[in-house]
Write a protein that binds this ligand. Structure first.
Ligand code: UD1
Length: 363
């Protein structure tokens, strides 16, 4: 929907603001370069944090280390079942939208905060822009896939990170705008002096938190067994997401000497670790891309990936959760550096392209 067509949503006579809606760790990282681009163009904006992530290491740490101001609105929603968490967000976001009347909102990625933001705004006829539109895993068993599908189909503006995402959206009858990936912008904007970590010997890095890997006990146990095998040859660092810690705290406390379980780290520390790791093992979407962009080999413990570009480039390999499969995938990828021939994630100016688009329509 074009700004001129909006009804109850437009701020009339006053300053039209754009509202960024975020709630989970990867969204704070994506938000940072976009608000920087907004500031460069003197575009007025406010930030709403749903409170989906609330632990210091999942939220405040990122706001402070990324130089983000405190959010203008914090809903403090916290954890809950998908329905409960999303319902509480819908209600809280609606209240803010009615009071603030933003000219447009932006949602990021594929979390429950993305879904709730897009849906609340669409129902109030507030135009929605989706950052990271068109990305698909084609696995509707993943909550993230449902969130992406709904967000794309109720959004008015679709900012696609890759040509593949743009084409996938086209297949669904939606015309997007190819901007590049804001995560690449975030990575490029990181000051080199911040890219350090305390580890000097060769190591691998692991992150596992997706529902598909942590909801079923047997599946996580199989992954853990695989990690134990790999750790006999390459010591592994495992910054543990709270979901994984709350489900498998006991197991993690008994980690073998080769697996060092640590708290979640800052974005900059994570980038530095990924860059210097001999192997990355993950089920995160963002970490797959970061490994690719930093030239580090990656094994993704999933049946499908929404980032096929990384696999096609030989930088990423999917693995089943069985210990031997994971071990063999790790063996195949370990130490292999990937030289980027072409970068499907853009030129590092995705955030500026989004801000310029928004300025063109709403300012
Ligand atoms: C969410 C996103 C996922 C994204 C991930 C990034 C959805 C459906 N999933 O998953 O796509 O990759 O964020 O981290 O939105 N918890 C805490 N403290 C926190 C946050 C979570 O203890 O700060 C615990 C709670 O027990 C909660 C569980 O983690 O029940 C899961 O949190 P939730 O926000 O539902 O999903 P994530 O697994 O973080």
């Amino acid at each position: 929907m074009h700004a001129a067509a909006c009804t109850a949503s437009c701020t009339r006579g006053g300053e039209a603001i754009i509202l960024h809606i975020v709630g989970a760790r990867p969204q704070f990282i994506k938000l940072a370069p976009v608000v920087r681009a907004f500031r460069d163009l003197s575009l007025p904006y406010k930030v709403l944090h749903t409170g989906q992530h609330y632990d210091y290491t999942m939220s405040d740490l990122h706001f402070s280390s990324l130089g983000l101001a405190d959010p203008d609105f914090h809903l403090g929603i916290g954890s809950g079942s998908h329905a409960r968490q999303t319902a509480r967000m819908l209600e809280g976001i609606e209240t803010v939208l009615v009071a603030e009347k933003p000219s447009c909102i932006l949602v990021y990625g594929d979390t429950n905060s993305t879904l709730a933001g897009a849906l609340s705004a669409a129902k109030l006829k507030v135009p929605v822009g989706h950052v990271e539109a068109g990305v698909r895993s084609f696995d509707k068993g993943m909550p993230e896939e449902i969130n992406r599908l709904v967000a794309d189909h109720v959004s008015d503006h679709h900012f696609c990170p890759t040509a593949n995402a743009l084409a996938l959206l086209q297949h669904e009858g939606i015309t997007g705008t190819l901007t590049g990936d804001v995560m690449y912008d975030a990575l490029l904007q990181t000051p080199p002096e911040d890219l350090s970590h305390p580890y000097t010997t060769p190591f691998g890095i692991v992150t596992i938190h997706r529902a598909e890997n942590t909801d079923a006990q047997e599946r996580f146990h199989a992954i853990w067994e695989g990690l134990r095998l790999i750790a006999k040859e390459l010591p592994m660092l495992f910054p543990v997401h709270p979901r994984t810690r709350s489900a498998f705290g006991e197991l993690l406390r008994e980690s073998p000497p080769g697996i060092r379980v640590i708290e979640p780290v800052s974005y900059f520390t994570m980038l530095a670790m990924i860059r210097d790791a001999s192997l990355v093992i993950t089920d995160s979407g963002g970490v797959q891309k970061e490994a690719f962009l930093l030239g580090s080999p990656c094994v993704t413990v999933r049946d499908v990936t929404e980032w096929p570009e990384t696999v096609q480039a030989g930088a990423n390999r999917l693995s089943a959760s069985e210990p031997e499969a994971l071990y063999h995938a790790a063996q195949a990828m370990m130490g292999r550096r990937v030289v980027l021939e072409e970068n499907p994630f853009g030129n590092g100016r995705a955030s500026s392209a989004i801000a310029e688009f928004v300025k063109g329509v709403y300012n």
